[in-house]
Design a protein around this ligand. Structure first.
Ligand code: PLP
Length: 498
């Protein structure tokens, strides 16, 4: 990677640099410290037990070896994730500068731990929290731990599990529940839709509420002007990002940003200590550090190149097969790196299309009855695009768009506009098991979640309906992973004793 002089960092993000803390965005403090460490140590009498990979089983060593040398732990010169004073502190400051936040925390358990810590840091037991119902299960788990009262705002659905949270609906919830202390929004959604965050943050702050944004799918947004506004730029108070999803870092890596002065940073640090391991992987920490430097130095160019490829291909495909890519997204802000292919509009199920891709060696993010989701990043190439286009032509050529391609599942119509749920008593004594057929009318004792995307179909406390049960059975029969069932094959789930 080229090392431009300070000042060559991309101009898109807001950051302040005081005279005594000049930071070079191309530096990677953690990686530099690891390089120095592995060059000097010649006998390891500390953990990890693999001793720079020498103890690895040979089948594993053939993949893991070069990395094993920097799979270190908190040794002199390598700092401490929970009390950063050295290279981790410096790397976190660089990350805050890159994304434009005031404080950034490196995470080694994904956005999952970011959501847990963010919610716990600002929500007290009994507080009311307004939340987009399309939130990931980690947010629901956090609210359960916090014993919050939750007002869930339904997205306006475009298709099953695809929807957009509208600022007007959040505004209505804020008026209806003025006692709420926080608003939690997912942006972008799994399918790439970005709500009007600026308005939501403005409305929430005007009512004294804090805003947490689960931006697990949006770590790249800050690095190109043609991408939707990032949550940090929209001035959310806490922003959680998976660096492993839309940027080029190891799986499980993530960031938690604190912006402004409404949130006590030490409270956030406390909950990260509660939830994160005391032995963080330096491979992960170095990988966040390197991805951040890459984004600051080359991000706009890498992203810009891929955006050109995506926009050209999407135009061509929608000319040939109108409405195939991201139909229904018109008028909404969305991330061009996510493609929802609406196969069923052309008489092809999501599963059939996903299988056709797989036969050509193309593995997709997810599929359901109606569509397939493709996740692109700046690490993809023209060659990947050519493969995708080839499969699409093979599958859709000669087909015509169905006149009435209605949605297969209507369960989402049954969910109330707001559902006030939690805290609820899900203690073991209040949970009972029944087969799916016997559940309509009873209230769920645990969330029923399709994974991916990890968004609950049913929240604890909400009533099972016949339609919902039918949908759950269909997903199981389809081979999809449904979390929250006692045993998917036996088809039983928990309900709350009244
Ligand atoms: C919106 C959203 N938030 C949070 C998560 C959890 O992220 P991680 O896998 O980094 O823990 C996911 C995972 O898919 C997600 O889609």
């Amino acid at each position: 990677m080229a090392r431009p002089s300070f000042g060559a960092c991309h101009p898109l993000v807001r950051y302040t640099v005081s005279m005594d803390t000049l930071y070079d965005g191309s530096r990677t403090p953690i990686l530099e410290a690891l390089e120095k460490f592995q060059a000097t140590e010649n006998a390891s009498l500390h953990v990890p037990g693999h001793k720079a990979g020498r103890g690895f089983a040979s089948e594993f060593a053939k993949y893991a070896m070069p990395l094993a040398r920097i799979d270190a732990t908190e040794l002199p010169g390598l700092d401490d994730l929970h009390h950063p004073q050295g290279v981790i502190k410096e790397a976190e400051q660089l990350a805050a500068m890159a994304w434009g936040s005031d404080t950034a925390f490196f995470l080694v358990n994904g956005s999952t731990v970011g959501n847990l810590a963010a919610v716990m840091a600002v929500v007290n037991a009994g507080d009311t929290v307004i939340i987009g119902r399309d939130a990931h299960q980690s947010v629901w788990h956090a609210l359960e731990l916090a014993r919050a009262r939750v007002v869930a705002v339904l997205p306006r659905h475009i298709g099953p599990l695809i929807g957009a949270i509208h600022a007007q609906d959040i505004e209505a919830a804020i008026h209806a529940y003025p006692e709420a202390t926080a608003v939690v929004i997912t942006s972008p959604t799994y399918h790439g839709i970005v709500p009007d965050l600026t308005s939501i943050v403005h409305l929430a702050h005007a009512s004294g509420m804090k805003v947490i944004v689960d931006e697990a799918h949006g770590a790249h947004l800050a690095f190109h002007p043609d991408l939707p506004l990032s949550a940090v730029s929209a001035k959310a108070d806490l922003v959680v990002q998976s660096t492993h999803k839309m940027t080029a870092a190891f799986t499980q890596t993530a960031l938690l940003h604190v912006c402004g002065d409404k949130v006590d940073v030490e409270n956030v640090r406390h909950y990260l200590r509660v939830f994160q391991t005391s032995s963080p992987s330096y491979l992960m920490l170095a990988s966040i550090d390197a991805a951040r430097a890459q984004l600051m130095v080359e991000g706009p160019v890498l992203i810009g190149k891929m955006l050109d490829i995506l926009s050209e291909a999407r135009k061509q495909l929608n000319d040939s097969y109108p409405g195939l890519v991201n139909a229904g997204f018109e008028g909404l802000m969305s991330d061009p790196f996510k493609w929802t292919l609406w196969a069923l509009k052309w008489g092809v199920t999501g599963e059939q299309l996903a299988n056709a891709f797989m036969q050509s060696g193309v593995f997709v993010e997810l599929y359901d009855e109606e569509h397939v989701l493709l996740v692109w990043t700046y690490a993809n190439s023209t060659r990947d695009m050519e493969k995708v286009i080839r499969v699409i032509h093979q599958v859709f050529h000669g087909r015509s768009r169905l006149a009435h391609a209605g949605h297969v599942s209507s369960w989402s119509n049954e969910i109330p506009r707001y559902s006030a749920v939690l805290p609820f008593d899900t203690s073991k004594k209040n949970k009972h098991l029944a087969s799916l057929e016997d559940l309509p009318g009873k209230r769920a004792a645990s969330a029923i979640t399709l994974y991916p995307p990890g968004i609950p179909l049913l929240l604890p406390g909400e009533a099972y309906t016949a339609n919902m049960i039918q949908y759950i059975k269909k997903c199981v029969a389809f081979g999809l992973r449904v979390d929250g069932l006692a045993n998917a094959e036996e088809g039983r789930a928990w309900f709350l004793g009244e």
